[in-house]
Design a protein around this ligand. Structure first.
Ligand code: NAD
Length: 258
């Protein structure tokens, strides 16, 4: 039985993760931490949200899941490395320097870590399929569609997809556009290769379509997220695999093959 603690248990993702862990075979939710929600119960359980990570030590947690905010997550990751608790992190926004620091930290710690900006297995496969298709097509563009509260564009997933496709093929057709009538009509150019169009739409959650074209044919690869449950199989996969993955693993792509 994997004993699991959840950082950010009072948040939107944290609450969903608590529920998913409680329902998962081979996992047990043993503690929950959220300094802004301490004292509140975790729904349908006897666990009360604690204010700090010492609750994970008291409960003997093997793995701590983190869906919090960037500054808190940075501290929580260091805490896990220092206290031999495996770390599964979904909080987004880490810089390359952050990831370098954690790679170094977990290279020397008995505990391991998985950090992924997208735990939706369908989205991870979409990126892999797009990369696989890239060398066989002459043109490709990405349309990403998100809710109207999202403040950054393009999405991290669209950027990663475009970079991976650009890496997989250098042979893209020239854009024939010479006159742009409305600024931005051709989207943003990523990695000098792939144009990305960001739609911000009330009622939408998160979707992405990769369209590839070559003579006489087109391939569309689309992923839609309907609710937060989409992330849970990926989070649980990381929880189950983290102990066997020495050091830091970035993204869950490599876990799908294990
Ligand atoms: P949220 O604001 O609903 O929840 C964040 C929670 O973290 C809050 O309850 C807050 O009180 C808590 N928190 C703050 N400081 C803390 C600390 N030091 N220790 C413990 N808890 C602390 O946000 P959300 O929608 O749940 O998203 C959380 C993060 O997850 C964001 O970074 C978001 O981008 C990311 N996210 C990632 C994925 C993925 O697949 N990787 C999917 C969805 C969301």
């Amino acid at each position: 039985m994997i004993r699991v603690g959840v950082f950010g248990a009072g948040g939107r993702m944290g609450a969903t993760v608590c529920e998913a862990v409680r329902m998962a075979d081979g996992c047990e939710l043993v503690a929950a931490v959220d300094p802004f929600r301490s004292g509140a119960p975790v729904a349908d359980s006897e666990i009360v949200i604690a204010s700090d990570a010492s609750a994970f030590l008291d409960a003997g947690a093997d793995v701590a899941i983190d869906f919090t905010v960037l500054d808190a997550a940075r501290e929580n990751i260091r805490w896990c490395a220092a206290h031999d608790v495996h770390s599964v992190v979904g909080t987004t926004g880490f810089s390359a320097d952050d990831l370098d620091e954690y790679a170094e930290l977990f290279a020397h710690a008995p505990a391991n870590a998985v950090i992924a900006a997208n735990y939706a297995i369908g989205a991870v496969l979409m990126m892999r399929f797009a990369e696989l298709a890239a060398p066989w097509f002459d043109t490709a563009e990405i349309i990403e569609l998100h809710h109207d509260q999202k403040i950054d564009a393009p999405s991290g997933t669209a950027m990663t997809t475009a970079r991976r496709m650009a890496e997989a093929s250098k042979d893209w057709a020239e854009d024939p556009t010479t006159t742009v009538i409305a600024e931005g009509a051709r989207g943003g150019l990523v990695a000098d290769a792939i144009r990305v169009h960001s739609v911000r739409m009330r009622g939408m959650i998160a979707s992405q379509e990769v369209i590839l074209g070559t003579s006489g044919q087109s391939l569309s690869i689309r992923h839609d997220t309907f609710d937060r449950s989409s992330f849970m199989p990926g989070v649980l996969l990381a929880v189950r695999r983290v102990a066997d993955r020495p050091g830091l693993t970035v993204g869950i792509d490599s876990l799908l093959d294990a």
